[in-house]
Design a protein around this ligand. Structure first.
Ligand code: UDP
Ligand code: MG
Length: 196
């Protein structure tokens, strides 16, 4: 029967099958293109940004957000929330013993804040560079703090400072389902294939 012969799979002995599998396991990693290899290295990073009460109260949210969008960073999470002493003691654990901590607590709880998860190649560094030095008076003009702040405390934004911090901070402020993985249709005009 002609049809039957066409659809029947060829018989492969377990020995031959094992050989084919071994060849494939060696060949596959070699044959993956560079772009796909880089994908497995996960070069896209996520970082946490907070628009502090100093940004919300002064009506700077739109202008600061526009800077991140203009840069090509991808928004994967965004929401408004009221921070509490409990979450701030975690978030600013490195500062709880400093004399200015009560003032920082009052400042960060003065109004609701907006928390964001931004994605991009080297996003943690890129966002920190855009944010500028902690003290707005020392921050370079052209940075967010340099352009919108004259204060060491009322410095309008927070941004994660390392990959380890970013991971912990995103989990601190967002539930997993609030982070939405997506890729803009125009990604090819933001990055070359090997960069994403
Ligand atoms: N801060 C302050 N006084 C200081 C140092 C820091 O009020 O002398 C506040 C300021 O709002 C800063 C935050 O504490 O953004 C966290 O401090 P950090 O040293 O982590 O600076 P950042 O990472 O925000 O640049
Ligand atoms: Mg910090």
């Amino acid at each position: 029967n002609y049809n039957r012969a066409q659809t029947q799979k060829p018989d492969i002995s377990p020995f031959e099958f094992r050989n084919i599998l071994a060849i494939r396991m060696i060949w596959l990693p070699l044959s993956i293109r560079k772009g796909q290899m880089l994908k497995y290295l996960k070069i896209m990073e996520k970082t946490l940004v907070i628009f502090k009460p100093s940004a919300v109260e002064r009506g700077l949210v739109g202008r600061i957000l526009a800077r991140f969008e203009n840069k090509g960073l991808i928004i994967e999470g965004i929401k408004m929330m009221q921070l509490t002493e409990e979450i701030l003691r975690e978030h600013y654990a490195h500062l709880v013993d400093r004399p200015f901590f009560p003032s920082l607590l009052r400042s960060m709880t003065a109004t609701p804040v907006i928390v964001l998860c931004l994605k991009g190649n080297d996003a943690i560094n890129v966002v920190r560079m855009m944010t500028g030095a902690t003290n707005g008076r020392k921050a370079q003009p052209g940075t967010i703090r340099g352009d919108f702040s004259v204060s060491g405390q009322e410095n309008v934004v927070h941004a994660s400072s390392s990959p380890e911090d970013a991971e912990v901070e995103i989990a601190r402020f967002f539930r997993p389902e609030e982070i939405i993985e997506w890729t803009p249709a125009g990604i090819g005009f933001i990055y070359e294939p090997d960069e994403r």
